[in-house]
Design a binder for this molecule. Structure first.
Ligand SMILES: Nc1ncnc2c1ncn2[C@@H]1O[C@H](COP(=O)(O)OP(=O)(O)O)[C@@H](O)[C@H]1O
Ligand SMILES: [Mg+2]
Length: 261
């Protein structure tokens, strides 16, 4: 786990290296694995950020896309030790972030919000990084955050050989998974002091070591004025999923009361 101080030190180190590398800047064609094709949704600044991640040794190269949504794309990268890394890149070219302000406003950890899309996007990445750290520090089974630079978030890769683990939506589930999912919501609230706010079968991996939660960009501090509303929605959504899959579940409002009492 990187502490804030270590993070700052690393940032300084990167800046230092950047200066040294000024002349031999890594170009776009060096960032991506030459054997693989990639799409060109990434803007120049983001490619520059990827270059910085390479020169600072966080990754060696990017291998390909593993997931893509409206606001972000997730890439499979490899670090110098040969380990798989997931890179979640928040897209600067999206307009959706404007609607996201409600998840930032009201969260005491993000009281000062600067205007401008790039700032919003970087803040959003920072928010997910912070949330993931809060999970990791409190034993919530989640993808471990590794590094954050601007709109690029490096995470532990959950899966094998560049193939992400199956999400709940893609795989058979049983009562144990249901219990596990409710336990994660509870741990998020009670230990990490967070409400996921987008908790669903799409954002849970089912792995050999149990369920792993990810996609914590929307998660809010329990002090957020809508935290309870989001918690209720999370419990309802995941309960509905398990009911759809033929399971008998506990009354969602009983779970809500138990978690918040
Ligand atoms: N840590 C990870 N390891 C492997 N694959 C990941 C990881 N995080 C995300 N992915 C893949 O990328 C997809 C999108 O990630 P997610 O964080 O849910 O972004 P979005 O905000 O677009 O929903 C996931 O469904 C998953 O397949
Ligand atoms: Mg998602």
């Amino acid at each position: 786990m990187l502490s804030e101080e270590l993070g700052n030190k690393m940032t300084k180190r990167i800046d230092h290296k950047l200066l040294a590398n000024e002349r031999k800047r890594i170009s776009q064609k060096d960032v991506f694995n030459k054997r693989k094709v990639f799409d060109d949704v990434l803007d120049k600044t983001t490619i520059m950020t990827l270059s910085r991640l390479i020169s600072s040794g966080v990754i060696s190269y990017v291998n390909g896309v593993v997931g893509s949504g409206k606001e972000s794309k997730v890439y499979w990268a490899v670090d110098p030790a040969g380990r798989d890394i997931a890179l979640k890149i928040y897209l600067v070219t999206t307009l959706n972030f404007k609607q996201k302000r409600t998840y930032l406003l009201g969260d005491p950890r993000f009281s000062r919000i600067k205007k401008g899309t790039r700032n919003m996007v970087e803040l959003w990445a920072k928010k997910e990084f912070r949330n993931l750290k809060q999970c990791a520090n409190n034993g919530v089974p989640s993808a471990k955050p590794i590094y954050l630079l601007k709109n690029v978030l490096a995470l532990e890769f959950i899966g094998k050989n560049g193939v992400p683990a199956k999400r709940l939506v893609e795989i058979e589930v049983d009562y144990n998974d249901y219990k596990n999912a409710i336990s994660i919501i509870t741990q998020l609230y009670k230990n990490a002091k967070l409400v996921h706010a987008d908790f669903s079968e799409y954002n849970l991996f089912k792995t050999e070591r149990g369920l792993i939660v990810f996609d914590l960009g929307s998660a809010v501090d329990v002090r957020h004025q809508k935290a309870k509303e989001f918690l209720e929605r999370d419990i309802n959504n995941i309960s509905r999923f398990f009911v759809k899959r033929g399971l008998v579940v506990e009354n969602p409002s009983d779970i809500f009361s138990r978690i918040t009492k």
